[in-house]
Design a protein around this ligand. Structure first.
Ligand SMILES: Cc1cc2nc3c(=O)[nH]c(=O)nc-3n(C[C@H](O)[C@H](O)[C@H](O)COP(=O)(O)OP(=O)(O)OC[C@H]3O[C@@H](n4cnc5c(N)ncnc54)[C@H](O)[C@@H]3O)c2cc1C
Length: 387
């Protein structure tokens, strides 16, 4: 058992931390409040190679794994910049294309994903299906060599800043049976693809959208992989990286909030000479949250290590547990930090309440805590499936 990072991973962590701190939470909040994106930070992270750490070197990436990408997600979040699109573009899209795309798709997309000049977002959720992906209603029909895609997607993050969206559809002949997913790389400006922005109560530079696909015509090579058989493994390939990196983002956010609160409570004095942090009613909740965040980090490390070792089934269990633990820990840490700061906790200036919406959403997306508990009950505890 090894809890140490390699020297290269340590260097990566330090370098990403330095980059994140140069921008900081005030940058993230300013962009979110003005309705802009974190383009400058994204581009710089791309130029420095941090967005492509998990992409093979032959495509301009760093040749590392999800362990490295999780470090990037965690450190940027720990600096107050939890970039949700890291979870969809380099974690999901790059993994799916690298593992199950054609050679041509790898060449077309991976270099841009690695240097940050290309963003591919991910669309699986649908209004009627929700957590039940077996009910997906977005259908792909053949029309000669082309494909025609029709359906609706909801809560899709970052469509306005991406060149492509990786759409999970089902093939028409399987429409009434079990899900036979097929993944398509769809240009965000494709005729027939329209979007409307959702008003979300999350302070974030990244937006969520409803997507309407109305007979979107795609060439044959928009289908991920050589044939329809690639669909199911391609879809599953994206899940573990998604869970592990979103967990890392949660853990980083938790660290950020606890650090802000600890600095404050160690110096704030309202009862004579003693800091408010000397009162256990203030310090213990923060210490408790710190324990929860650290436990989540351990599980993230385990899940990423298993995933990078090719042990997908075990990584699936650990990745789900990591996502659950980090989602809960992040929400607890931010809420506890707000409380510890008192009125200051609710100001924009102190930069903790600004994360309340994001960490709350982290208990719902990309997979809800209930669906993870269902998974653990079934696959770890051997319980019958309830749905
Ligand atoms: C900020 C944000 C960003 C998102 N970004 C994306 C994105 O980029 N791409 C994308 O495809 N999707 C995205 N989503 C969607 C997200 O993945 C879904 O919201 C999530 O999977 C839950 O689906 P739902 O909202 O339809 O909830 P529902 O399925 O309607 O569930 C509602 C509630 O019921 C619970 N529930 C449902 N079924 C069960 C069951 N069998 N047992 C126990 N409890 C159950 C759920 O856990 C949840 O609490 C995003 C969502 C948010 C909030």
């Amino acid at each position: 058992m090894n809890f140490d990072l390699t020297p290269e991973q340590d260097q990566l962590r330090d370098a990403v931390r330095a980059l994140g701190r140069r921008y900081g939470h005030s940058y993230f909040v300013a962009k979110a409040k003005s309705g802009e994106h974190t383009t400058q930070l994204w581009s710089e992270a791309g130029r420095l190679g941090y967005l492509g750490v998990n992409i093979p070197t032959e495509y301009g990436g760093g040749g590392g794994g999800i362990t490295e990408l999780a470090l990037v997600c965690e450190e940027l979040a720990a600096a107050g910049c939890p970039l949700l699109l890291l979870v969809v573009s380099p974690a999901i899209a790059a993994t799916v294309i690298n593992k199950h795309g054609t050679d041509e798709q790898r060449k077309r997309h991976l270099p841009g994903l690695a240097d940050g000049t290309q963003k591919i977002v991910f669309a699986i959720t649908e209004p009627e299906a929700g957590s039940n992906f077996h009910r997906l209603g977005t259908v792909a029909r053949r029309d000669g060599d082309d494909w025609l895609l029709s359906g609706r997607k909801c809560y899709i993050s970052g469509v306005d800043e991406a060149q492509y969206v990786l759409v999970v559809a089902r093939t028409e002949d399987a429409a009434s049976g079990k899900l036979k997913p097929a993944l398509f790389i769809v240009p965000t400006d494709a005729p027939g693809l329209t979007r409307s922005k959702l008003d979300m109560e999350i302070l974030s530079p990244e937006n969520q959208f409803l997507l309407y696909l109305d007979d979107v015509r795609l060439p044959a090579d928009a289908l991920v992989g050589e044939s329809l058989d690639a669909g199911l493994p391609a879809l599953f390939a994206g899940l573990n990286p998604e869970r592990i990196t979103v967990a890392a983002m949660g853990a980083g956010t938790g660290r950020y909030a606890i650090e802000r609160a600890s600095e404050y409570t160690a110096t704030r004095k309202v009862w004579g000479g003693r800091s408010i942090g000397s009162h256990q009613g203030v310090a213990h909740p923060l210490a408790h949250a710190a324990v929860q965040v650290e436990l989540a980090r351990l599980m993230i490390h385990k899940a990423a290590t298993l995933y990078d070792a090719g042990r997908d089934l075990e990584a699936g269990i650990s990745g789900n547990m990591a996502k659950y633990a980090a989602g809960e820990a992040a929400a607890l840490a931010v809420d506890t930090a707000v409380q510890a700061l008192g009125g200051a906790g609710m100001t924009t200036e102190y930069g903790v309440a600004t994360l309340l919406g994001a960490v709350r959403a982290g208990r719902i997306a990309p997979v809800s805590r209930e669906m993870i508990l269902n998974f653990v009950a079934q696959h770890v505890l051997g319980q019958d499936k309830s749905y």
